[in-house]
Design a protein around this ligand. Sequence first.
Ligand SMILES: *Cc1c(COP(=O)(O)O)cnc(C)c1O
Length: 408
Amino acid sequence: MSDMMQRARDLDAADAIAHFRHRFDLPEGVIYLDGNSLGPLPKASRERLHRVIDAEWGEGLIRSWNELPGGGGDWIAMPQRVGAKISPLVGAKPHEVIACDSVSVNLAKLIGAALSLNPGRNVVLSEPGNFPTDLYMIQGQPQVEQRLAGRDEMIEALDESVALLLLTHVHYKTGEMFDMERLTKAAHDVGAIVLWDLSHSGGAVPVDLNGANADLAVGCGYKYLNGGPGAPAYAFVAERHHGDFSQPLTGWFGHAQPFAFSDEYEPAEGVKRLLAGTPPVLAMAALESGVELIAEIGMEALVAKSRALSEFFRECVAGLDLDLVSPREPAQRGSQLSFRHENAYALSQALIARGVIGDFRDPDILRLGFAPAYLRFADIAEAARHLAEVLETGEWERDEYSTRAAVT
Ligand SMILES: *Cc1c(COP(=O)(O)O)cnc(C)c1O
């Protein structure tokens, strides 16, 4: 056994959260370094979905909105209940978070909310290279003027015309992390509202929305929270704004009394106002069990292991000719390592053929995610060995590894 594999075994033996791996259904022969894109299936989610389908939908039918067969949490309060379970993972209070819609749709709602909190201003400031949907949602608002500034110019670009600073906390491609507290304060100093996209943060890195005095946030349910493909996202509005904000998607579920069926819209209290339509119960149930599992493991242990895993990978590949684009300091990056390589796509395909699933981000990034809830140090040593072999043998140069699929 190699030295690194021996070390990996020792680290696994000392890992206090190692046993949580068995709570996931992971396919044989796969080392999954893509939990930052789609988290794997928690065993409890399979059971939960069967129960929702057979008992709650099949037997309970419409009665399950109010009361489940055999008791338990009803359907109608799912968005608030799941939001409350997410809240401690991101440093929020239970009534400040709600689970609903996609990140994209919640961005549209919260950009609108920010404008409602900051009337008279119309500039939304973000960074070039932010996750596309964040920029597209800014561009889709007819009354908004988009301003983009690089990381080094961000604070300078904040002035009294800025209504909203919209940033992704952990960059999806590079894993770079913004200093949430510092930027939030800089934005507040010029009277701007801040909206943090936590898609690559929630369940992976320490987030303290209230500690940073954040205003608004969104986050993804299907990445580190393991909520399943297309899982609902979550949205946060700080309590101090609950009385004042409005949002443009004024659907009936965000009404103060949806079942009064009145003609006039009257917003519900707090984050409930962010709801638009009927919650997708099956998807919400899967998200709930994913979130419960992450909450059970606990952020402190997850963060410590995430850092240890990625640092161990760095050690394992130290001798290889790889260009790390993620910050070297673990506390300054998300739970991922990204490497720049001219043939990153072919490299990622050659790794997938060996059962090491990471991903490629256009144009030249090989991105490896180190989700701490289920990965072993032994997986890390193995993945590093495969990467070394693929590079050394030039295996990635095979034709079959350069044809692109629709989803990369
Ligand atoms: C994954 C991700 C999203 C996803 O948006 P959806 O609308 O849920 O598809 C948005 N923003 C960032 C930064 C992401 O990483």
